[in-house]
Design a binder for this molecule. Structure first.
Ligand code: F0G
Length: 463
């Protein structure tokens, strides 16, 4: 008999489990009651009501024993904590920027950057919006202008770098409004709202060449730039033999600084930073951070949090870590693809995105199909996901009308180093069960809408 052994070598996690956290499993009836109480918004569920939590990869990573050991080395001095200097050194070494301003998380850095650089009437181009980033740009008086390539808005397009900036669209904007009205270009890597899609090195260089001509800065949203580096390594010619760490540093070198949510790539539960190469801008930022976050050597973090993040950065750029992290996301995505479930292609870095428009073609976008799909999935199995569609997109600041994004998605976001392959199997099987029931699905109506970032707290009822 010939063997049916597959001709492959699998990856496996480069760690083993030392501590476990028990999960609660509720009955279908209990889940239904929880869903109604939470207004069909997965953000309003209690975490104890959740079995497998794929709401976000933000702040949900498992830390290593080395990071926990670092927590014990917290220097809780108000000023000049040694942990800040370790963090600064890790950012300088791995991201390559000169100056580091710590913040409590990514949006703290976005607030400071926006206040410093954006004047009322400015246009801020970006490769697709992110919720908090755009809001801070708007609160500072700017208008976000989407300059991502058009393929990013098509869930079925297999472009390997769907996060790329449309360089022609960017140039047309700069010519139309004038370089003085473009304080900087915000490049997100990978692009969360497009499905965790990467930006190529070639594209980053092209954006640099264009903006240099016009004297416009580039600030990176480096939140998932390590994962972006992995895609460059595996998809872009000339990078296969380079390490993730080297690719990350080269990528960042084409920008003038970054905002960062350390809660993702950097493997911590809280923290972030703003990095800047310009000394004058850094001085202004370290002045402003005192108003909103804390002194410029802690920025809203405890010393121990900064130590955990400094160590997390070092661990995050290891090739075997990133391979296993993205490998697990791909494992889940491939399973769903094999079963014909519509997902955003190619599979992203931090999450698998379900295409809610393809699940529920009988619902209009005003019936919140992705919000409904996330609710059905939770009701089926206790798997918590997140809407990334019309609710997340919010309203146009000028007209007050809903933004109608082309993508109406549900995000299954995989925390780093937390769940096993069996959890991915359970998730995939539950998604498949909801897919099988798709024709009976009903839409939702919004019964409470908060003013800012409505997706966090909005409430819904069944139609
Ligand atoms: N930029 C990106 C691309 C993000 O995904 C996030 C957060 C932020 C900035 C803001 O960082 O949360 O530390 O203030 N994303 C989370 C998510 C909330 O679930 O995707 P933060």
């Amino acid at each position: 008999m010939t063997s049916s052994r597959p001709q492959r070598r699998s990856w496996a996690e480069p760690w083993k489990v030392k501590v476990v956290e028990p999960l609660t499993m509720m009955s279908a009836q209990e889940r239904q009651a929880a869903l109604v109480r939470a207004g069909y918004n997965t953000f309003l569920l209690k975490s104890e009501e959740v079995y497998i939590d794929l709401l976000t990869d933000s702040g949900t990573s498992a830390m290593s024993d080395w990071q926990w050991a670092g927590m014990m080395m917290g220097d809780e001095a108000y000023a000049g904590s040694k942990n800040f200097y370790n963090l600064e050194a890790a950012v300088q070494k791995h991201y390559g920027y000169k100056h580091v301003v710590p913040t409590h998380q990514g949006r703290g850095a976005e607030n400071i950057l926006s206040q410093l650089c954006i004047k009322p009437g400015d246009s801020v181009p970006g490769n697709m919006y992110f919720t908090t980033t755009r809001l801070h740009q708007e609160l500072a008086g700017g208008t976000f202008v989407d300059v991502v390539i058009p393929q990013a808005h098509d869930p079925n397009h297999e472009h390997p770098f769907k996060g790329n900036v449309d360089v022609d669209a960017l140039e047309a904007l700069i010519k139309r409004v004038g370089a003085k009205k473009v304080p900087y270009v915000c490049v997100g890597a990978t692009v969360n709202m497009a499905g965790g899609q990467p930006v190529s090195m070639e594209n980053m260089k092209a954006v640099r060449a264009l903006t240099a001509k016009h004297g416009v800065r580039i600030f990176l949203d480096a939140t998932r730039a390590v994962e972006n580096a992995w895609f460059i390594k595996t998809r872009e010619r000339g990078y296969a033999d380079k390490s993730v760490a080297d690719i990350l540093k080269e990528f960042c070198s084409y920008s003038d600084g970054c905002t960062m949510s350390g809660k993702k790539d950097a493997l911590v539960n809280i923290g972030g930073w703003l990095a800047l190469n310009d000394r004058d801008l850094y001085e202004e930022a370290s002045n402003l951070v005192v108003v909103y976050e804390g002194l410029h050597t802690y920025g809203g973090m405890a010393g121990r949090d900064m130590e955990a993040m400094a160590r997390g950065i070092v661990e995050s750029v290891q090739d075997d870590h990133v391979r296993a992290r993205i490998g697990q996301v791909e494992y889940l995505g491939h399973k769903l693809q094999e079963w014909g479930v519509p997902i955003v292609k190619p599979i992203g870095g931090h999450a698998v995105y379900l295409d809610a428009k393809a699940f529920y073609p009988h619902l209009t976008q005003d019936q919140f199909p992705a919000q409904a799909l996330a609710a059905y999935l939770y009701a089926d199995s206790g798997v918590r996901s997140m809407e990334r569609g019309i609710v997340s997109a919010g309203r146009d600041k000028a007209t007050g009308k809903h933004h109608y994004p082309k993508l109406e998605l549900v995000r299954l976001t995989v925390p780093r180093r937390v769940y096993t392959q069996a959890h991915m199997d359970v998730t995939a099987e539950s998604v498949a069960a909801v897919w099988d029931q798709r024709q009976e699905a009903r839409g939702l109506k919004m019964v409470y809408e908060p003013k800012y970032l409505r997706f966090f707290q909005a409430r819904f009822e069944k139609e």
